[in-house]
Ligand binder design. Sequence first.
Ligand SMILES: [Zn+2]
Length: 61
Amino acid sequence: MNVARLRCLKCGRSFRPDESQLTCPSRNPGGLLEAEYDYAAIARSSDRDALAANPHHRRSP
Ligand SMILES: [Zn+2]
């Protein structure tokens, strides 16, 4: 899903997305981890999807 990293809402630590966990391990209780998405990759893939769905899109005069 193009998650670039997970960031703790409390302390700001960031984690690799493959450490799939929901809360920060650094404190008790830990903060929720917020997913930060790779928006560039999402934009690239949605461009590709849009082109696939509308193959004539860029050919219109
Ligand atoms: Zn934290």
